[in-house]
Design a protein. Structure first.
Length: 595
């Protein structure tokens, strides 16, 4: 009996394992073709604590965003676009005075649901799980009322859907509730039944991205959390754009050709113009240089939002920079000042690399008509790189800028100069040459510096423009300049800070307090600029628009935009980022700490 029992136990175990590994055949990802050129989806849902914290953050920002939407609607009304204004006002009404939880309940969305945004070829498709399909239908009805007309309805394969073709667009927007999912897609205006069926999920892809595990494997490889993982496959995307065969691209191309013919008084073409075969070749060539991009969260909880963005690069690019150690003091350490940014600028290696790229394009130019401008662009890059070889610019290795304090100028002061303290570090193979050039440009300033890191005060005639004392110090690999009280004591340590490790490209750190200070400074100037620009445009366009009224409306829109930014900044403790090149490409990571 024992062998029989073992067989039964083995069978039961296999069934249980299969059940555990079963994937939901109706999950949004099950409708995504395995060969999609782009996709963004959640592989799992957020835990309750993190979701509640993020909703609380969105709730603080919602009032300012509603005001922005209303201001945008007013702007459309002023321009005569009444339909667009009604539509935006309808969306604003769905949010006005409500929390995210109330919005989700009223409109039928499931805050614990799964979503997927992907390309059916180039056509974008979104699938969102609903908690209440009837409530979502009510939302669509309210939008229809605001739009001023009912969307057209149609049925395919027993599935009803709404659709609208905006005037002079060449595309149609389709909305449907399929099961317990909302589906939205943008298809050619003349899309046939097979394409509509695929977009709505009535005809499933032969292979889907959920079953092939592509996003799961990507998340494991890159360390992405399963909450929002995205990928853009350039090897698939660019040839679709350049091939001229994708239905959406063909429709847009035909629509453009018809519009141009009509404007010129010529007969409208019966079909989209042919795309030269060279475009497919050139697109594949570009895709081989940047094969793919991906992104996702690496940490996501109530107080942290850490992200990673990967750009795959060709082998010659990674080999040129992945092992390069840039001697810029500060590039190799975590930044911690209120504002601290370090950027590697290894001019010698950059010049060699970009000169080689320019030579390659010159030897084999792009021949696709829409890409021939790249030939001139690369020629200019090659010329610029030759000029960049001239000392002292050709000796530069990088730049670091640090701000320890920053205060906007006092409006009552005689001179409108902000008060700040900080330092600039320039990595270079020839610090003394850089100092000599600076002295010559500044009219023969006599500044004696040794490469011992000891600070020397800059002459008063140089510091008068910033209204505070300044010093300079030098080492064998860098020149440092400090501005503001006490910065002279920091220059020595700045020059001794650790240099970049292999492949390091950049570092950045910004505190929430510094960010809010900048928002306040920018908001005043942005409001004044928006008001002046809008008033000037209204006065010059020859219409009956009131310049003063248009300027005031523009200033109000700018003010509301900065209110939203302040609401976001109020929760930030700090934001950090770094970039490096490894053997697969460039990796950019960001870390946000929240209150």
């Amino acid at each position: 009996m024992r062998p029989t029992k073992r067989l039964i136990a083995l069978g039961l175990t296999s069934v249980l394992l299969a059940a555990c590994g079963h994937k939901d055949k109706d999950a949004p990802l099950a409708f995504v073709p395995a060969d999609t050129p782009y996709v963004l989806a959640n592989l799992d849902v957020l835990d309750d604590d993190t979701r509640n914290a993020m909703i609380a953050q969105l709730n603080t920002q919602l009032p300012a965003q509603v005001l922005q939407m209303k201001a945008a609607a007013d702007q459309l009304t002023a321009k005569g676009n009444a339909e667009g204004a009604r539509l935006i006002n309808a969306l604003a009404a769905e949010l006005d005075g409500k929390t995210i939880e109330q919005v989700a309940k009223n409109d039928g969305f499931d805050l614990k649901g799964r979503t997927a945004f992907f390309g059916l070829g180039l056509s974008p498709v979104a699938r969102v799980e609903l908690a209440d399909p009837t409530a979502f239908e009510g939302l669509v009805g309210r939008i229809e009322t605001a739009y001023g007309q009912k969307l057209e309805t149609a049925t395919v394969g027993g599935q009803s859907y709404r659709h609208v073709t905006p005037k002079d667009s060449g595309v149609q927007l389709i909305l449907a509730v399929v099961g317990k999912q909302a589906v939205g897609t943008l298809l050619p205006a003349d899309a046939g039944e097979p394409l509509v069926r695929q977009a709505l999920g009535l005809d499933r892809p032969a292979k889907n991205i959920q079953d092939d595990g592509r996003l799961d494997d990507l998340a494991k490889e890159k360390g992405y959390k399963p909450y929002a993982v995205g990928q853009v496959d350039m090897v698939r995307l660019l040839p679709l754009i350049a091939g001229g065969k994708d239905p959406l691209f063909t429709s847009l191309l035909k629509h453009k050709a018809v519009a141009e013919a009509t404007a010129n008084g010529e007969p409208a073409p019966a079909a989209a113009p042919e795309v030269p075969a060279s475009c497919q070749t050139d697109a594949a060539r570009i895709a081989s240089r940047v094969p793919s991009m991906s992104f996702g969260y690496t940490r996501l909880d109530a107080k942290h939002q850490d992200q990673r963005f990967d750009i795959a690069l060709a082998d010659d690019v990674t080999k040129a920079f992945s092992g390069l150690k840039v001697e810029l003091p500060g590039l190799g350490q975590n930044a911690d000042a209120p504002f601290d940014v370090s950027i590697a600028l290894p001019m010698e290696q950059l010049r060699t690399f970009w000169t080689a790229q320019a030579d390659a394009v010159a030897a084999k130019p792009f021949t696709c008509p829409s890409l021939t401008d790249l030939n001139d662009g690369f020629a200019k890059v090659g010329s610029t790189m030759q000029q960049a070889a001239i000392p002292p610019f050709g000796d530069i290795r990088g730049l670091r800028i640090v701000l320890d304090s920053f205060k906007a100028a006092d409006p009552a002061a005689a001179t409108q100069v902000p008060t700040f303290s900080g330092r600039i570090v320039i990595g270079t193979r020839n610090p003394a040459g850089l100092v000599a050039l600076g002295q010559t440009v500044l009219g023969g300033v006599n500044l004696k510096l040794a490469n011992d890191g000891k600070p020397a005060a800059l002459p008063q005639n140089l510091t008068a423009m910033v209204g505070q004392p300044a010093w300079a110090a030098m080492s064998d690999i860098a020149l440092a300049i400090g501005f503001g009280q006490g910065e002279d004591a920091r220059l020595g340590d700045a020059l001794k800070a650790s240099t970049g490790d292999a492949g390091r490209s950049a570092r950045m750190h910004l505190t929430g307090d510094m960010y809010r200070t900048w928002i306040d400074l920018m908001s005043e100037k942005a409001e004044a600029y928006a008001e002046a620009t809008a008033a000037s445009a209204a006065a010059a366009d020859g219409t009956d628009a009131d310049p003063e009224k248009e300027g005031a409306a523009a200033a109000q829109r700018s003010k509301l935009q900065f209110q939203t930014m302040r609401a976001q900044a109020d929760r930030i403790v700090s934001v950090s980022a770094e970039a490096h090149v490894d053997d697969k490409g460039m990796v950019i990571t960001g870390q946000s700490e929240l209150k």
